[in-house]
Design a protein. Sequence first.
Length: 141
Amino acid sequence: MRILGLDIGDRRIGVAVSDEGMLIARGLDTIQRNMDRREEKELLAVMEKFEVKRVVFGLPSDFHGNAGPQAEKTLAFVDSIKKNTDIPFVQWDERFSTQEAERSLIDANIRREKRKMLKDKVSAILILQGYLDSLGPADRE
């Protein structure tokens, strides 16, 4: 079974997918957000292509765990996608995923221009990997 991981932002959506054993997350792509909501169709196509059985998305919150305006936008986007699929969605605390992704890319000596393009995908990997690491053996069956 594969799980999809999403880092949903205002301009881009980072996408990652697990291996069949639900142990390792790998980045797929970054989808640009458009006014015509084409990104929803792209995500549904990715979900179908990889035959995912669950989608984990990062829910932004502040240092105290409170949801803010960005969390509301994220939940509205997820609700819109859920209308077109029966696949369950799971929210995951993404409090520091973007900062951690940025730090990882800086440590890897990735140039600023390229970091901007990779940051969302790396954030999606971190969100999904955190979720996968939380699963017990029974959850993987």
